[in-house]
Write a protein of this length. Structure first.
Lengths: 133, 274
């Protein structure tokens, strides 16, 4: 299970997709949700402290989800942040690149509420094991 | 204007040769042509028959010799600009299936593999059909059916108030996929996606059309790239209103697919770049 008090940062250049993810998160009990429209804005928000979990789109202008992931993993304060990538294009090569860069889970669009919930549970479980090691 | 003196001329390209015939051959022309066969046949060969009206049996014998020599070397031999009289002769001699006749130079080059094929296969269309049905079901819980597809040359896309557009860059061609909605259908779909009733189009919700195009493209890309299409990643965009700009997006023909659901109808249009 996951802690609903977790500060979640939803990153997507499409407002509609941010609304969809945010709505599902609220239905799952999360209350502290912030949004960013690209990796640069997300980076600023993460650095200012809103970063218990990042759910980021992959394919965005300016700073992609993968670039954001790499910055987060390279930052000493943020490197352990649970990171979930959302993508419409989950090809093997992409998935391998994301795993190599330290992603905790990825969600393929389209997805249902149940699909996202399963991925979140898996993410928190993985992070819990990683952080206790 | 002076008549061409030579019977044939060879244009050398990096990976193929074009042999241009400039008149009907005399017997001395054929003898000279036959002496050059060995040099010609080690390449992919395109025979430009634009100035040939007829061919006698001796010429056919030499062409068959060239056909066998290129085949032995695993090279292509293509005929272009074949006149109807020459084609009739090939048919009469039962050679119209032996000699591979291409529509034009571009067609010949694409068959040889020198330039990419510019075609949209049914495999390609089917992937987008299935992807659309899947995306609408999972993301909006809407059951969608399609009304088959038709090849259209017109820019008329039915009544469409908002469209999501995504570029296609792949091994075979460049083009785009456009998914177009009447306003009412779009608002119904969006309401189902967001779980809230959306009553009007606004700057806050119109990117939903691009997101749908993005998801449909992503699913189709996954299937198609497993089949070797080599689709590249692309960023989606939105067109508002009747998209006259389709004119600049699609050249000539496009594939138009109507979709139907309880939330209304919409269209998909797949076309090659202008």
């Amino acid at each position: 299970m996951f802690d609903p008090k977790t500060k979640v940062l939803v990153v997507d250049d499409m407002l509609t997709m941010r609304k969809i993810v945010t709505k599902i998160l609220r239905e799952l009990g999360f209350i502290d949700i912030a949004e960013a429209q690209d990796g640069n804005e997300a980076w600023a928000k993460a650095k200012s402290g809103h970063c218990g979990l990042i759910i980021s789109d992959w394919n965005m202008p300016n700073c992609t989800g993968l670039e954001l992931l790499k910055k987060i993993r390279a930052d000493k304060d943020l490197s352990k942040t649970p990171f979930l990538l959302v993508t419409a294009e989950a090809e093997q090569q992409q998935v391998a690149e994301a795993i190599k860069s330290g992603v905790d889970q990825y969600v393929v669009k389209p997805f249902s509420k149940e699909g996202l919930k399963t991925k979140l549970e898996s993410t928190f479980k993985k992070v819990s094991v990683r952080n206790s090691a | 204007m002076l008549a061409e003196e030579y019977f044939f001329r060879v244009e050398k390209h990096e990976t193929y040769l074009i042999v241009k015939f400039s008149k009907n051959p005399e017997s001395s022309d054929l003898r000279q042509f036959e002496t050059q066969l060995e040099l010609i046949s080690g390449n992919h060969v395109i025979l430009d028959c634009d100035s040939l009206i007829e061919a006698d049996r001796d010429f056919i014998r030499i062409l068959l010799k060239l056909h066998l020599a290129t085949k032995k070397d695993n090279k292509f031999l293509k005929f272009i600009n074949v006149s109807s009289s020459l084609l009739t002769f090939f048919k009469k001699e039962s050679l119209d299936t032996t000699f591979k006749i291409a529509q034009d130079l571009k067609d010949a080059l694409s068959e040889i593999g020198v330039v990419p094929k510019r075609s949209i296969s049914t495999d390609f269309i089917d992937s987008f059909l299935q992807s659309t049905i899947k995306v609408l079901k999972i993301q909006a819980d809407i059951d969608v059916s399609h009304g088959g597809f038709e090849v259209t040359k017109t820019q008329d896309n039915g009544i469409c108030d908002i469209s999501g557009v995504i570029g296609i860059i792949c091994n075979n061609f460049n083009g785009s996929v456009i998914i177009s909605f009447p306003e009412k259908t779009f608002l119904n779909v969006l309401s189902k996606m967001l779980g809230d009733e959306i009553v009007e189009l606004s700057s806050e919700n119109m990117d939903g059309a691009a997101e749908l195009a993005n998801m449909i493209f992503g699913q189709a890309k996954l299937t198609l790239n497993e089949k070797g299409f080599g689709l590249k990643m692309a960023l989606p965009s939105v067109i508002l209103g009747k998209p006259d700009s389709f004119l600049s997006l699609h050249s000539g023909t496009a594939i138009l697919i109507p979709f139907y659901s309880n939330e209304g109808h919409f269209y998909m249009r797949i076309g090659l770049s202008a």
